[in-house]
Write a protein that binds this ligand. Structure first.
Ligand SMILES: O=C1C[C@@](O)(C(=O)O)C[C@@H](O)[C@@H]1O
Length: 253
């Protein structure tokens, strides 16, 4: 798998890189979480900006991002606006979504920007180009909180993200059976074996899917979302426990 290197962190190589989400409403709460997470053994912090009270105000977003960047030091910062349709807190018009992404990239504070495959639609390649021009890497994402699509459909979505120019392709789906969980894992292995152009992140959500969050090194998922207190999706495992499990499941060099 090719590796995406940011601030010395090699995403796509070895141990899956850990991510902690911030799901707070006010700048003060967001920055307090950022400062607390900066001292934890985690690789990346995700700011879920759809939770932010002032997410429609460009100055407030820029101010918060500047504070977060300072708080996080060398930890990677992933910025995500998860739209309601994909399981997030707020709906956003296509124009609002594009504007928000522009503010994040212009801030110079984000290492990674989450871009949703379906809402971005035809504008996705242009949004990716805009991010790249400003030195921001793109995690393209797709979520299904209701079901697990077929293996072929999951692979097709991830390949579509790669073709659009994403640096990392991500899929989170909901299982209802062991077969669903196996389909997600099989799609992950298929990507690693047959489409290794970019690292991928794959998640089967909820308790049934939780094993998918810890087996990335063996199966081919490059990053994993954990939690420290508040979680941002069902099935996330506490960071401390996650670190123990990832160590125990490490492959020999
Ligand atoms: O896309 C994802 C993955 C996620 O939904 C999870 O299942 O861990 C958590 C979200 O915060 C993140 O943006």
């Amino acid at each position: 798998m090719p590796c995406v290197t940011i601030r010395g962190c090699r995403i796509g190589e070895g141990r899956p890189k850990t991510i902690l989400p911030i799901v707070e409403k006010t700048e003060a709460e967001i920055l307090a979480r950022g400062a607390a997470f900066a001292s934890l053994p985690v690789d990346c912090v995700e700011w879920r900006a759809d939770w932010f009270d002032a997410s429609a105000d460009p100055d407030a977003v820029a101010h918060c991002l500047t504070g977060l960047r300072q708080a996080l030091g060398e930890k990677l910062l992933l910025v995500t606006y998860r739209t309601k349709a994909e399981g997030g807190e707020k709906a956003l018009s296509p124009i609002g979504y594009t504007e928000f992404c522009g503010w994040v990239c212009a801030s110079g504070c984000a290492d990674l920007l989450d871009l949703e495959l379906f809402p971005a639609g035809e504008t996705l390649p242009d949004l990716i180009k805009m991010a790249h021009q400003q030195g921001v890497r793109v995690v393209c994402s797709s979520h299904d909180f209701n079901k697990t699509p077929s293996q072929a459909e999951m692979v097709a979505r991830l390949v579509q993200m790669q073709a659009a120019g994403a640096d990392i392709a991500k899929l989170a789906v909901m299982p209802h059976s062991r077969a669903d969980l196996l389909a997600l894992l099989a799609a992950t292995a298929e990507m690693a074996d047959l489409h290794p152009e970019t690292p991928v992140i794959t998640i089967s959500m909820g308790a049934l899917g939780a094993v998918s969050r810890v087996c990335g090194e063996a199966m081919g998922s490059a990053m994993t979302f954990a939690c420290a207190g508040k979680s941002s999706a069902p099935g996330q495992i506490e960071l401390e426990e996650m670190n123990h499990i990832l160590d125990a499941l490490a492959l020999p060099l």
